[in-house]
Design a protein around this ligand. Structure first.
Ligand code: 0A1
Ligand code: ZN
Length: 885
């Protein structure tokens, strides 16, 4: 397995391709025990690559070469060299045609990369380097070609045959087979190629574009899922409209297709005109999918659709530029969700996720810049840094330029680079050229890894009526980068007076105030901004909307945080003040636990949350967000040394104390909302998400009281809910409760009712995997024997093993190391089956430096055991070796 792939590839070594492929003509013959792929590549010497005719080196892995022709000449063994990753031959003219036939084995492909079978259907996943497992090719994104694809298969089992572009011909063959030919008029790199063959049903709709073209929309699923695609279809149409309105981007083919498959390594893939999705990101209806699942479907449909411009029409020159398409597209889809539902709630969710997970990545052994400069296995770089931090970088450009100039910049980018494979520098250049704003220093966000720390201090001069804020930025060392230069940090802020009103903001040297909320650019290691005409000492509201992905430190006391929670005009910062208050209170409890003292909750947190709960004028989603205490993973991330037991004990203590102090208002809100839910049909919209989220978080607190009337309400909700959001929330709190009998009954009922729906069973596994009660590892072991579980399905692995290792910290980090041993065992097994999934599953072990000495030893021992376990895939090898370095 670990062949020459595990050598490091560097951005500085980039060279343009020696040859180009103008046309790619593919024919697939699909059979049950093998498939044949014939490729005709119309090639020419790349005029930008120099003179002469160097050897042609085609990528190819796990291919059995049957025939090879150069123009009309059949090549024999002496005419080429073949290794396990390359086919090399010598062209004799500037222009030539390579014809190859290979045999491959999709039926036994468990890595789910290249052509593989998911259940009964054939499908592909080519990003990043899967196409080389289909045929010999220049498998790199800067080689763009026009594709024609013919697929032939047995008609009865595979009535639907799809590929990119438009269908141009089809017909029957002898022996019960049939074929279809697809032509994609747009040049594309091989990673955007797709093929699907199966017995699929589809829901059809259409969209009229802004220039009045009709586009056929089709979502293909297995027949039993045809009732679960309407939400994805509605999301697709909203996305198409939004991209026209906000970015001026119109769809370009006559047909747009989505196919749902059950076995998929990631969420979905933006193949040109033929998006292939993990079924978890397409299928959604009230009875089987939660609100969160509905929102994920909408966001992923939008994301993949938006890639048609940010990724497909303009693609990446090389894989170091991955964030060019991913960071931009995540930014686009998060703005779409913000426009469609609640902007503030979306921002809160995104920031909570970024700070918990991306900040941890940035502080760990796999830390890398948004544009990395080296990798061993590109599959390991589909990371939170590339996606989520990349999106934050785009958001900062948007903040610095403002919406109009940003739009001018994106228009210029698409116009200038349509049909090209480009770099992050090209993107930034378009933004600079359109706006006239110099982003030279800003580009450090692309090249320096690590999360900057921003310390802020204040000084008020009553006599001069001036108020100064001093910013000091620093960034910790990351692997390979010990010194960091100052970033450009946009800090959105406001100043509040004693009544909570915003003061007008006039900086020293300005003749008039410029609004009450503005953005300062912090560009130096240390920098002071002085506001004038400030009649009283204000309270600053800093980094509004989380205007930069940094760790902000300002010495707020708890009363000031409570004041901001109530008065800040920035909704995000009201939530943030609540989080910081909770963090302070929880850290105090952690300290008490560590010193063996009795835990005492600061009553100010109770008061603050009571005020929110009793104010019925507030957005219920915001109240629910404010009631959610910072998670154990976030508390781990912000700890110097994470004390697993103390974090868990402190948080559980706080939850119980809040539940008991706030029982009455929680119960009132719960009952009122449950009554509305009972009387209202399910709607996947913000106000309904909000109502259910407050109802469910209230229920989770109330159950901590262990009162029988709450148990009865929980069972009532579990049994009678007409939607998965309420049913699953009730199940989860039952599972986490001491009510063994009700819990057993509910789990059995649920599994019996939903046994034929794999996505719902994933939820059933996750709820149990995440249960923090003692015996968690044993429960997970037992569940692995359940008939619905298999290591071959990535969703199952994530639902059970991933949920256990990432969300059940108290059980995973068991002091005896059994949790670590278990995870390492699964990684070793999966390394042989599906290296991408194995490598992703490893992440929790790579964070060993966060823990005390005893856990460090245990975690490292498991990493070493993996390293010594035999032939490792390049995916697993890279992560393990970097974690131990
Ligand atoms: N480009 C896809 C994500 C994706 C990446 C890699 C894959 O296989 C290794 C699959 C999908 C997206 O951003 O949605
Ligand atoms: Zn993407």
């Amino acid at each position: 397995m670990r062949t020459e792939q595990s050598k490091t590839i560097y951005l500085k070594d980039y060279q343009v391709p020696d040859y180009l492929i103008d046309e790619t003509h593919l024919t697939f013959e699909l059979f049950e025990d093998h498939s044949l792929v014939h490729a005709q590549l119309v090639m020419r010497r790349n005029p930008e690559a120099g003179v002469g005719l160097p050897k042609l080196v085609l990528d190819g892995q796990q291919l059995e070469l049957l025939h090879l022709k150069l123009d009309d000449r059949e090549l024999g063994a002496g005419d080429y060299t073949l290794t396990d990753s390359h086919l090399t031959l010598q062209p004799t003219q500037e222009r030539f045609v390579v014809d190859s036939s290979v045999r491959i084995h999709p039926e036994s492909n468990t890595a789910l990369e290249g052509l593989y079978k998911s259940g009964k259907m054939f499908c592909t996943q080519c990003e990043a380097e899967g196409f080389r497992k289909i045929t010999f090719y220049l498998d790199r994104p800067d080689v763009m070609s026009k594709f024609t694809t013919t697929v032939s298969a047995e008609q009865h089992a595979y009535p639907v045959l799809l590929s990119n572009g438009n269908p141009i011909a089809s017909g029957a063959e002898e022996g019960g087979r049939h074929w279809a030919t697809w032509e994609d008029p747009f040049k594309k790199p091989a990673y955007l190629f797709a093929l699907v063959a199966g017995d699929l049903w589809c829901v059809e709709d259409s969209f009229t574009t802004m220039s009045q073209r009709e586009v056929a929309l089709r979502i293909y699923v297995e027949p039993e899922n045809i009732d679960k695609v309407q939400h994805a279809m509605d999301s697709l149409k909203r996305s198409m409209k939004w991209d026209e309105e906000v970015y001026g981007r119109e769809y370009d083919l006559d047909i747009f297709m989505i196919v749902a498959v059950n076995d998929f390594n990631m969420g979905a893939m933006e193949n040109k005109g033929l998006n292939i999705f993990n079924s978890s990101c397409v299928l959604a209806k009230a009875e089987t999918a939660t609100d969160a699942a509905h929102q994920r479907v909408e966001a992923v449909v939008a994301h993949e659709y938006f890639h048609n411009w940010s990724g497909n029409r303009v693609t990446c020159r090389d894989w170091f530029q991955l964030s060019l398409k991913e960071g931009f597209t995540v930014f686009r889809d998060s703005e779409f969700s913000a426009d469609t539902h609640s902007r503030t709630v979306k921002r809160i969710e995104d920031v909570a996720y970024l700070r918990t997970h991306q900040f941890a990545e940035d502080a760990g052994p796999m830390a890398h810049p948004v544009r990395p400069d080296a990798y061993m296995e590109i599959s390991n770089f589909y990371t939170l840094t590339i996606y989520e931090k990349g999106s934050e970088v785009l958001r900062m450009i948007h903040t610095l330029l403002g919406p109009e100039l940003f739009r001018k910049g994106s228009d210029l980018y698409f116009e200038r680079h349509d049909g090209q494979a480009v770099t992050c520098d090209d993107f930034v250049k378009a933004m600079e050229d359109a706006s006239g704003i110099d982003l030279t220093q800003f580009k450090r966000w692309y090249t320096q890894a690590g999360t900057p720390r921003l310390e802020v201090s204040e000084a008020y001069d009553a006599a001069a009526q001036s108020y100064s804020l001093t910013f000091r930025q620093s960034c910790p060392a990351t692997p390979g980068q010990s010194e960091k230069l100052p970033f450009v940090i946009p800090v959105a802020l406001g100043l509040l007076d004693a009544q909570g009103n915003e003061l007008p903001l006039r900086l020293q040297g300005e003749s008039a105030a410029q609004g009450a909320s503005r953005v300062l650019s912090v560009t130096e290691a240390e920098q002071t901004f002085t506001f004038e005409g400030v009649a009283e000492k204000p309270l600053p509201s800093l980094l509004r909307g989380f205007s930069a992905p940094v760790k902000l430190h300002f010495p707020y006391d708890r009363d000031q945080l409570m004041f901001l929670m109530q008065h800040d005009s920035d909704g995000f910062n009201r939530w943030e003040a609540g989080q910081q208050l909770s963090v302070q209170v929880l850290q105090e409890l952690i300290g008490q636990h560590q010193r063996g003292e009795a835990l005492v909750l600061d009553q100010r947190l109770v008061t603050a949350l009571r005020t929110l709960l009793e104010d019925e004028s507030l957005d219920q989603a915001m109240v629910a967000e404010m009631l959610s205490l910072p998670g154990e993973a976030y508390l781990t991330e912000i700890s110097e040394v994470a004390d697993v037991e103390a974090i868990h004990a402190a948080r559980e203590f706080a939850r119980k104390a809040l539940a008991s102090a706030l029982f009455a208002p929680l119960w009132a809100r719960y009952q009122a909302n449950r009554e509305v839910s009972k009387a209202t049909p399910y709607v996947a919209e913000a106000a309904h998400f909000a109502r259910r989220s407050l109802q469910n978080i209230a229920l989770s607190y109330l159950m901590l009281s262990e009162k029988t009337e709450v148990l009865a309400a929980c069972v009532e909700q579990f049994e009678n809910a007409d939607n998965m959001t309420e049913r699953l929330a009730a199940l989860a709190v039952l599972v986490n409760s001491p009510f063994q009998e009700e819990q057993g009954k509910a789990l059995a009922m649920f599994a019996d009712f939903f046994k034929d729906n794999p996505l719902v069973m994933d939820q059933w596994f996750s709820v149990q995997a995440g249960c923090p009660l003692p015996g968690g590892l044993e429960r997970v072991h037992a569940l692995m024997q359940h008939e619905a579980f298999t290591l071959k399905n990535p969703n199952k692995v994530r639902a059970l093993i991933g949920a256990f290792a990432n969300q059940n910290l108290i059980n995973f980090h068991r002091a005896d190391g059994a949790g670590y041993r278990f995870l390492a065992d699964q990684v070793i097994t999966l390394n042989a089956l599906n290296p991408q999934i194995a490598s992703r599953l490893l992440a929790p072990l790579t964070r060993w430096r966060k823990y005390g000495p005893a856990r460090q030893v245990l975690m490292k021992a498991e990493l070493e055991r993996i390293l010594a376990s035999g032939e490792l895939s390049s995916d697993v090898y890279e992560v393990v070796s970097k974690s131990l370095a």
